[in-house]
Structure formats: C-alpha cells, structure tokens
Design a protein around this ligand. Structure first.
Ligand code: ADQ
Length: 515
C-alpha cells in the first residue's frame, strides 16, 4: 500500500459520502451494539488515508445504534478499536431516504446517467428533498471545516451529492480560510441531450453544484468530455477548454480529471490463493466443471444497468444453437438483490429468478443444472473462490461507470486460464486490453463472444490473462488514490483563498418552477 501521508501536508481531509465507514447496530432483540464495516474497496482504501491524515468523514448515520453511539453533533471517533479520525453522522428520516436517496439519486440521476431512460422517474418532491439533504450535508461539512486545525481539503463522493460543493463554498464564503473542494463521480456522466430530461432547475442545479468544486474526477475520458459538453450547454457564462479539461467560471478555474478506479488487487489475489479459497474453488470445479467441462461465472448486484436479463437471453440462445455445450458449460450467476424498495428493482429480481428457472427447465435434467443462481450476499473470500474457479467471466452491463467485478476476476485468476468477456459499455473496457469485448444489446454478438471464450486455445487464454494481470498490478486502487491526491496537492498549492460572496457560483433555487 503506497504511503499517502506524503500528500495533504498541513491540510485536513474532510470526506463526504452517502455510506459510512463504520455502522453501529443493535443486535436483534438486545441492547448489545455491534460495529459493522460495510464491504467494498472504497472504504478499505480510504480508511487508512483518513487514519493517517486524522481528518473527518461525513456520512449518513444509517445504523440502528448510530445515534446512541455518537455525540449530540453526530460525531464519533473511529476506528472504534484505535480512534484516529472523526466520523460525523448526518441523520435522515424516512421521507429523506424516499426523496433524496431512492428518489432523485436512484430513480432520476442513476437511470439518466446510465442512459436507460425507461427507468427514469422524476418528481418535484424528489428534487426538493435532494436539495434539502445536500444542504444538511453541506452544513455538517462546513461545521467540520471550521473545526479543522489546518486548511481543509473536502472530497465529495458520487452522484448523491451533486450540490454539496457549491453549497459549502457559499457557506464558507465569508471566512477567508483556504479550502480545496473536489468530487469523484463514480457512475457515467451523460451527454447534454440526456441530462436535459431533468427539470431545468435540476439540471442547472446539478451542473452549477458540481462547478462548486476545484476539481471534478471521472473514470474515463468519455465521461469527462460529456461533463464538459453539459457545462458548455447548461452554464452559458462559463468558458470550456475541452483539450485542457478546464472550465473558467467568473474568476474561478475548475479542473476536470480522469482517474479510473481500481481494486486492492493483492488482497483479492491472496484470498484466491489462500488454502480455503483454493479448496472452495476446487470444490466448485468438481461440482460444476468435472471432466474438462467449462465453468462460467458472473457477479452483480441485481440492477437493470448490469444487463442480467440480456445475459440470460444470450445463454438461452447459446445452449439452443450449440447443443454440444449442454452439460459442457455451466454458469454460476451471483446476483444479490439491492435497492429492493424500488419497484423496478423488485420486478427485476423476480424476472431474474423466473428467467433462470425457465432456462434450467428447458435445458437441464436430473444430472445437470445449466445456471446455478446465488441470490444472497457473498463475502469477498467467497467471491474470490468463485472467480478463481471460473473459466469464463461474463460482464454484460448495459452501462457501468467502471465495473470492479472485471478487475476482481483478473486479480483472482491466479491459474491464468480464464477469459474475460466484457461489455464495451463499461469504464473497464476503455482500460483493459485483452478482454473479449461484447455489445450486450446484440444477443448474437454476446453468443459469439461466449463461443469464442469457451473455445479459445489454452496458450492464447494464458497470454491474454497474463497481460491483463500485469496491467492490473500497475493500476490498483492505491495508485488511483495516489494519483488523485497528487493532483489535489498540485492544484491546491499555493492554497486557494475562499472567494467573497460576490464571486460565488449561483445555485439554482429549489423552489424554481419545473420545466
Ligand atoms: P457498483 O454498481 O456497485 O459500483 P461494481 O463496480 O461492479 O458496481 O462494484 C460492485 C462491488 O460489489 C464489487 O466489489 C463486487 O465484488 C461487489 N459485489 C457485486 N455483486 C455482489 C454480490 N452479489 N455479492 C457480494 N458482493 C458483490 C459503482 C459504479 C461502478 C463503479 C463503482 C466504483 O456503478 O461502475 O465501478 O461504483 O466506482
């Protein structure tokens, strides 16, 4: 793990994200409290940085015991076993969760950013809640910035908080302390023709909110250029330099950067190599890929962006067209429900279960189940053994900011025999050179890609996987973090002065009428 303490010298890092790094919950039916660390690479990568910079992490206090363990301001020192930084919790009630999280963030922005318009559902109240919750996070971050012993660097995560940076800049405008604001956008950024489907106040607010940052970060050049196109179109008083990826707004300069996120490759590799990982992988192969048969794997949250029904359609067609692959190719599909409160997600869960059942009835028999569906949460060690066992990993996202599953598969493929079949609409496809690229909307193409994967000569498989593994080792999540912090260091020094009120970036008011 690279040493990130060389950056942010004399500065305090304030991180803002929807999910918190430590969640306190009551044990069912008792007053005993347990601490949960949400799984995921981002928290594991950022937690050590927070520990060494002794900053503050502002996040939604989502645990049942979160209020009981924090002080009146929602603050608690973490990690619990060896406190090194502050977690500042922001409280959301059910109406906030419905309007801000399930509503504007996940029913409006999420489908638009993934250009899947049939799932777009927009209500005025969603936007109003989103503005209100973003304001509450900006208040909490402003309070933390005032408490910070050093010049604060604020790092906002994702599409839940498009307005926070501009709001925060406004709140701190009268205090002449240097501050640097930046934001990572984890999902695709759409072109103007898609973003304009939001009401005018909302698309204008989102763009002006993001321009409250000094640096806006994306996974790929395409998302960065889409963002610059939207700035050009929706913020007419700005000046956009596409080549330099820069925006001039009043006397401020906003930089746009490309930083493809990655994984802790060593960690995944060690899970796959561990004796339990190896044993579990061998067990999977004995069960589903004995006698030279082939094992396909896929891993996703159940989300319409991941192309799961499209994948099932392709498998159906594959076993129809290539009867010789029946009993010779089994698929383990890990598809864990997420956002089940939303009807479109619940419907999709049912569609996936019914689709798998139909395929298994059509092609399976008493000795062979074509698709093994695992629709529960699997921990990282379990995933590592599934990845290790898989001869083919199919990622069929219709759109995906990056897709970390593709990289996890590469990290865990320690036997160097696997083939990655990857949707060209993932951020990962812009980076990974040796996958078989597919268009998930074209079922014939997916079938052709799968056939190519299962028949690929051993030497070609090995050569491709070796190259992908070398590429991944050079670009892990720590390299991502390192590159972003280095860029922040470069741009933030000498420290930028907080602008006076007259120079503020205007934020579209929540009450403006919907267009
Ligand atoms: P996600 O849409 O969640 O992330 P992805 O990048 O694939 O998509 O990351 C998912 C993570 O959850 C992976 O670490 C994976 O192992 C894990 N996971 C997925 N399905 C699981 C399951 N069924 N059981 C257990 N774990 C599972 C968003 C964007 C992506 C972007 C990331 C990071 O949508 O495009 O790559 O953020 O920026």
């Amino acid at each position: 793990m690279p040493d990130t303490s060389q950056y942010l010298a004399g500065r305090t890092l304030i991180l803002v994200s929807n999910r918190e790094p430590y969640e306190h919950t009551f044990e069912p039916g008792s007053a005993a409290v347990k601490v949960r660390r949400p799984p995921g690479g981002l928290v594991s990568a950022l937690d050590p940085t927070m520990q060494c910079t002794r900053g503050t992490w502002v996040a939604w206090g989502s645990g049942t015991a979160d209020r009981d363990t924090a002080d009146a301001a929602g603050r608690i020192a973490v990690p619990p076993e060896k406190p090194a930084y502050t977690l500042r919790r922001v409280w959301l009630d059910d109406a906030d969760i419905d309007g801000y999280y399930l509503g504007f963030a996940n029913s409006a922005l999420w489908p638009l950013c993934h250009m899947l318009l049939q799932h777009y559902d927009m209500r005025q109240e969603y936007w109003e809640r989103y503005v209100a919750v973003n304001a509450r996070f900006a208040d909490a971050a402003a309070d933390e910035a005032r408490r910070a012993p050093n010049a604060p660097v604020v790092w906002v995560q994702d599409y839940h908080f498009a307005l926070v940076s501009a709001m925060l800049r406004e709140r701190l405008a009268t205090e002449r302390r240097p501050i640097f604001l930046h934001q990572f956008w984890h999902i695709p950024f759409p072109p103007p023709d898609i973003l304009r489907l939001l009401p005018t106040a909302a698309y204008s607010g989102v763009m002006r909110g993001l321009l409250g940052n000094d640096l806006v970060e994306f996974h790929t050049e395409r998302y960065a250029q889409n963002f610059l196109d939207c700035v050009d179109e929706f913020v007419p008083e700005s000046r956009v330099s596409r080549d330099a990826r820069r925006v001039r707004l009043g006397d401020r300069e906003i930089h746009v950067g490309v930083f493809p996120i990655s994984i802790d490759a060593e960690h995944y590799e060690s899970l796959a190599r561990a004796p339990e990982g190896a044993a579990k992988a061998a067990e999977l192969r004995t069960k589903y890929a004995a006698d030279g048969a082939c094992l396909g794997v896929s891993v996703d949250r159940v989300d319409y962006t991941k192309g799961i029904p499209e994948r099932l359609r392709a498998l159906d067609q594959l076993w129809t067209e290539a009867p010789e692959l029946r009993r010779k190719l089994t698929f383990v599909v890990v598809a864990t429900p997420s956002r089940s409160e939303l009807r479109s997600y619940k419907t999709l869960e049912e569609e996936v279960v019914a689709g798998v059942k139909a395929i298994n009835e059509r092609f399976g028999d008493e000795h062979w189940t074509p698709i093994v569906l695992i629709n529960e949460n699997v921990d990282a060690a379990g995933l590592a053994s599934i990845y290790r066992a898989g001869d083919v990993c199919l990622v069929s996202s219709l759109q995906d900011g990056m897709n970390l599953v593709a990289k996890e598969y590469i990290a865990c493929n320690v036997d160097e025999q696997g083939v990655l079949v990857l949707s060209r609409f993932t951020g990962a496809a812009a980076e990974i050179d040796d996958a078989i690229l597919i268009n998930p909307f074209n079922v014939d193409g997916v079938v052709a890609g799968l056939r190519r994967a299962v028949t690929m000569p051993r030497e070609e498989r090995r050569a491709r996987m070796q190259r992908m593994r070398r590429q991944l080792r050079r670009a892990t999540i720590f390299d991502w973090l390192d590159a972003i912090l280095a860029r922040v260091d470069e741009l933030a020094s000498p420290p930028q002065e907080i602008r006076g009120p007259a120079e503020r970036t205007p934020l579209a008011p929540a009450e403006s009428s919907a267009a």
